[in-house]
Unconditional design. Structure first.
Length: 436
């Protein structure tokens, strides 16, 4: 007997639209957050490489600072090319390519150590930083658009907190693995024959092989995880050909790039001079080893501030909170220049707490309302991280003329600009037009 399939017709009451539930992005956000932890860890390992390579190759301070210059210059060189990669293959695939590029850079530390070649170490650092630049260009804007626009700063601040966690643990772990043996005194090095000197350098440089080999393997595995995980596509932020818009028509982006330049430059400038600053008789008179232990408070403050800031940014308008933090940072820097002793020391260390929300907030405000131009805007903002290579050098020149204690007026000027950006310069076009 034939049966007939009955299709139920919904009644008018049943056809009332049900409110859509907001998608849950917690899992993809957690996956992407691992990238922030990894590149924070690798960036801060440079602080361990600097003294290690200086002792191995008997380098001057100017030459060993090529480590930081090579690393941060990569942001300037590769940010725009990476933004084009994002536009072509999307955020997720760019993350994978960035991780594999980082893995190649980590692997290059092995032949650099085997040959005991400083130029090869610098090459490895450039490749490593190029990969990190790819992650910065793709992961930062992806977190911004992965959810509601009004909570973008909070999300990016939370993921950046794990970046700060990486910068906090890297010096401790890197010091144990890379700086395990005491280096030979310079006087002893100068007495070695060329053959013995090369053998010594190969032996000392070998300490980086195991850590960076493990890092290389971890990066490849992470690339596999990111590549196989189904990250959601954010359609409104995907690049589309023929868009009648230009990044140069968005002042919040252009002024935001200057904000990133000044923030990173101020943060790195302060961190780079803390050991010498604490060694001044009028400040604390610490030895270099003792002073280095206190520097961790500067970076730990940034980590704590980002965890706290993730909640505050959901309650306070991001631009206003950015301006408040800029005022506090500027006040503390001024106090450290005017005062002396431990008061000046703790004043400058406390700046790290207020640095915390600056990068994620400036970044999220900079790419606000860019839509399909988000990838290109991210490249511009990431390129501005080159401030970490430029401003510390300028502050060094100032310190040579007026001393370290008063050279901090350069970061002070940077925080005053960030205050302007938070309160005025960060407003997107829609807010400006609405006001007009």
């Amino acid at each position: 007997m034939a049966t007939r399939e009955i299709t139920a017709t919904p009644s008018p009451a049943q056809s009332i639209a049900v409110p859509s539930v907001a998608p849950d992005y917690s899992r993809p956000l957690a996956i992407v957050t691992t990238l922030f932890l990894m590149w924070g860890f690798l960036t801060c390992l440079n602080d361990i490489l600097v003294p290690h390579l200086k002792s191995i190759f008997d380098l001057s301070y100017a030459r060993v600072m090529l480590v930081q210059f090579a690393f941060f210059s990569a942001y300037f060189l590769f940010s725009v090319p990476w933004s084009k990669v994002v536009n072509r293959i999307g955020y997720q695939r760019t993350m994978v390519v960035g991780l594999l590029t980082m893995a190649l850079g980590a692997f290059l530390f092995v032949p650099a150590a085997s040959a005991a070649s400083y130029p090869l170490f610098l090459t490895a650092l450039v490749v490593l930083a190029a990969g990190i630049t790819g992650l910065q260009v793709s992961a930062n804007p992806y977190v911004v658009v992965l959810g509601k626009p009004e909570t973008a700063s909070s999300r990016l601040d939370l993921t950046q907190a794990f970046n700060s966690l990486g910068t906090t643990i890297a010096p401790k772990l890197g010091g144990l693995l890379i700086l395990a043996t005491a280096p030979m005194a310079m006087e002893e090095l100068h007495q070695l024959s060329p053959h013995a000197l090369h053998a010594y350098r190969v032996q000392e440089a070998a300490s980086v092989k195991m850590p960076y080999t493990v890092i290389c393997v971890a990066l490849v595995l992470l690339a596999v995880v990111i590549g196989t995980f189904r990250l959601p596509k954010i359609e409104h932020a995907e690049h589309r050909a023929g868009v009648n818009d230009s990044i140069w028509k968005h002042p919040n982006l252009i002024l935001g790039a200057v904000g990133i330049f000044t923030y990173v430059g101020a943060e790195v400038s302060i961190g780079s001079f803390l050991v010498n600053f604490f060694g001044l008789p009028e400040i604390a008179g610490f030895s270099a080893k003792t002073a280095a232990g206190f520097v961790s408070f500067y970076w730990a403050g940034s980590m704590i501030g980002r965890f706290l800031g993730a909640g505050l940014l959901r309650r306070i308008r991001p631009g206003n909170l950015l301006g408040l933090c800029a005022i506090c940072a500027a006040t503390l820097v001024s106090a450290s220049m005017i005062l002396g002793g431990h008061t000046a020391m703790w004043s400058i260390l406390s700046v790290g707490l207020f640095n915390s929300i600056m990068f994620p907030t400036i970044f999220s405000l900079g790419v606000a309302e860019l839509g399909p131009l988000t990838g290109s805007g991210s490249g511009i903002l990431t390129m501005a991280i080159v401030g970490g290579a430029v401003l510390p050098v300028i502050q060094g020149v100032i310190a040579d003329h007026v001393g370290i204690h008063h050279a901090f007026f350069l970061p002070l000027l940077c925080y005053l600009y960030i205050l302007f950006y938070g309160l005025s310069g960060s407003k997107p076009n829609s807010a400006r037009y609405a006001k007009e």
